[in-house]
Design a protein around this ligand. Structure first.
Ligand code: COI
Length: 381
């Protein structure tokens, strides 16, 4: 039986009406860079789009203090930050971030995907890390003013976008352990091509045993730097074996799949249903995950958010009961998983039609090739 989906808190918050970009523009006044990229550098960057390596001329910034709240909003020249060596983020990792993309449509207009969802998640993460929350409209305004200032850096073409990275961190100069009284928020952007350069060919994933990304009551559902730091050593070991990413298992029993180093996972069954690990409080509630669940459910697909045992998954891939497995995230979009391996198994997974279809359906909305019945796209410029 297909059960009705109850919107999560983040989904409900992301549906609230917000002001348009024109209404918000100007909250972060622009101080233009005196040293923008040269035409030659700009041309090279935009021609050879990599993921997350090159950055635009400006960045948005605001500061929070206990006394004054958020203030000093502005879009300023991109450049190195000046930070006290005692800044608490450097010692206790009190920092959170988000990832979004600005897409250029065929008529040259610029749009972002579900920014209110990211605003809600930033605040979910901030609460868990004892950082101050940001009003949704301040978050949106920081994106609007930053992207408008650097609009020329939003690339065009299939798979190309300006990857946006809002982040905030504890900048108070204090080595005692307490929630910081001074916090800085920035938005930087990187004109980017696909996260996985091999295209839609499927990535090999190593299922890690012995290391975990997060545990119950920890910070697994927050998008905080520490979770990614914890994923790096297993990721490095997997890369040495030739794998693109790792899949983490639950930390109680090491039986159930949770998520990859920075992406959610979906499993397609031969009976047409689709499964994804449930939101246990340990995994990240991905905006792409949420959108895929919605798109599939609205097509009548039975989408089950539940525990997925790794032994069952491997057996079901071998028997053909599972026909496709894919990863998803803002950076990864929808990426087929072609191989799952660990010390005790190694299975190949076909790249199938369902993965291709959901990739197409989602990216058609994001790049404005299909209508957007959900109001997910927010026009920036
Ligand atoms: C994103 O998908 O935006 C992320 O933050 C994940 C990271 C691996 C780039």
């Amino acid at each position: 039986m297909v059960t009705a989906h109850v919107p999560t808190e983040l989904e409900a918050l992301s549906e609230k009406p917000v002001a348009s970009a024109s209404e918000l523009a100007g909250r972060f006044p622009l101080t233009r860079s005196e040293h923008p990229a040269s035409q030659a550098h700009y041309d090279t960057v935009m021609k050879e789009l990599a993921f997350g390596r090159e950055f635009t001329d400006h960045m948005a910034h605001m500061r929070w203090t206990q006394e004054s709240g958020w203030h000093d909003r502005g879009v300023i020249p991109y450049g190195p930050l000046s930070l006290a060596p005692a800044a608490s983020v450097l010692h206790y990792a009190q920092s959170v971030f988000e990832g979004l993309k600005a897409y250029r449509h065929d008529d040259a207009s610029i749009w972002i995907f579900r920014p209110s969802y990211n605003a809600a998640r930033l605040n979910h993460s901030a609460k868990r890390l004892a950082l101050p929350e940001v009003e949704t409209e301040d978050f949106l305004a920081s994106l609007v003013d930053y992207v408008r200032a650097d609009a020329k850096w939003v690339p065009e073409g299939e798979g190309a976008s300006l990857y946006l990275r809002p982040f905030m961190f504890a900048s108070e100069e204090f080595v005692g352990v307490h929630p910081a009284g001074v916090v800085d928020y920035y938005v930087i952007g990187s004109p980017s091509g696909p996260y996985f350069t091999a295209g839609f060919t499927g990535v090999p994933i190593w299922v890690v045993r012995g290391y975990h990304r997060a545990g119950p009551g920890g910070t697994g559902s927050a998008k905080c730097g520490g979770n990614y730091a914890a994923s790096l050593m297993p990721q490095q070991q997997a890369a040495e074996k030739g794998f693109s990413q790792v899949c983490f298992l639950d930390s109680y029993e090491e039986k159930y799949i949770e998520e990859l180093g920075g992406m959610n996972m979906f499993v397609v069954m031969a009976d047409g249903s689709v499964r994804t690990p449930e939101l246990s409080g340990v995994i990240l509630e991905g905006g792409t995950r949420s959108a895929i669940c919605r798109l599939l459910r609205d097509e009548g697909v039975d989408v089950r958010e539940e525990r997925i045992g790794i032994d069952d998954l491997v057996a079901d891939i071998r028997s053909g009961k599972v026909t496709e497995v894919f990863a998803c995230g803002t950076a990864a979009v929808v990426t087929p998983i072609a191989r799952l391996a660990s010390d005790d198994f190694d299975v190949e997974v076909p790249i199938g039609e369902r993965t291709r279809h959901i990739h197409q359906r989602l990216t058609d909305i994001q790049w404005g090739r299909a209508s957007d019945p959900y109001g997910w796209m927010y026009r920036i410029d």
